[in-house]
Design a protein around this ligand. Sequence first.
Ligand code: ZN
Length: 240
Amino acid sequence: MHALDHLFVNNRNWAGRIREQDPEFFLNLARQQSPNYLWIGCSDSRVPANQIVGLAPGELFVHRNVANLVVHTDLNCLSAMQFAVEILKVRHIIVCGHYGCSGVGAAFRGERLGLSDNWIRHVEDVRQKHNGLLTRLAGDAETCNRLCELNVIEQVANVCCTTIARDAWKNGQELSVHGWIYDISDGLLRDLNFTVSSDQQTMAAYQAAVAGLSTTVPSRRSTHSLRHPKLDGLKPSSSN
Ligand code: ZN
């Protein structure tokens, strides 16, 4: 008995259940994938992309990293985007953040986690950029949730500014980029009303999305999950 045998048991049960419903499912999937969507989300184990939107294997192309960041020089994210848009011809790119994000929380509180501080620094940039909007909110929980939302909006704008999105639009390819946020405490997605379908729309849509946030109060639901239980156990200087 090996430590991870139960995962292989789970896998066989899962594959068996799917084959019961559709004996050809895996054979068809092995021939090709044709997803309509690219999901750029957080690595957080509580935010499983396919399950949240009820999509089967083959229907969602996924890239995840800490705090769902789209960094202009990140070849990993850019390669996933390029493959999804130019090869798979996805119609939609969804950037999905979540309330109670540990990466955003660390940036908000200025915590030291180790190497990942250099990655999370991008969220601190978002915080500094929108400091005026954030300081208007009363409590830390609300402010951190707002930062989660602003982080999504900035990442959507980053997607729209890539050569990948711009070239797709220039070539007449149908492509929309969306900003969503997920609430771990109720399992529900919320549209941040930032959807861009052409290069020309990006700036006006960005400004409208940020302005829209400045007139609303962020979700209060996830204040209890502002801190991740495992991160709470980390020492400030731990590099994990
Ligand atoms: Zn997260």
